[in-house]
Write a protein that binds this ligand. Sequence first.
Ligand code: AR6
Length: 172
Amino acid sequence: MAKSKAKISVQRGDITIMAVDAIVNAANTSLLGGGGVDGAIHYAAGPSLLEECRKLGGAKTGEAKITKGYRLPAKYVIHTPGPVYGEEDWHEAELLASCYRESLKRANEKGLKSIAFPCISTGIYGYPKKKAAKIAVNTVKKFLAEEKVSVEEVVFVVFSAKDLNIYRRLLN
Ligand code: AR6
């Protein structure tokens, strides 16, 4: 039975402008920035974000670590390195699910209420969009139903029209 009445939605746009408690960053294991959404988040947050990230000592694929949001409207950034599609010895799905689960755990530990996710691993890391979206939606729903959660709102922030359609279908 679902314990949570959290609202899950999708919206198209730039995750860096989201005024939520935490935005999730599709990072790499160095946690020291990169291209794609990672680059956009570091650019918008300013150099203090990188300074804090340097102290984290990286993260393994599927883990998640939290920092402040600095100049972002979001209070926190949760950094999670997604799997590189085709290079994780068939553990891609498991690792991608772990990214969503671990990110929600970090949000919960701080008692956060709202969190926005990008489509982790579906850009530079090549994860097929539909497969990734199914994992994202199922993992979030399962987490919200099983765990005692502070999170009340989850937003999937997609960049492409294709992802918007995929998520709309999965959430309806
Ligand atoms: N807001 C929301 N979504 C975005 C934004 C944005 N501002 N910019 C891109 N996306 P990617 P990955 C979408 O490549 O595949 C970095 O170099 C994008 O369209 O950012 O997990 C890291 O440092 C796609 O749907 O992340 C790693 O080295 C999704 O975000 C590597 O890329 C993820 O694309 C991680 O690759």
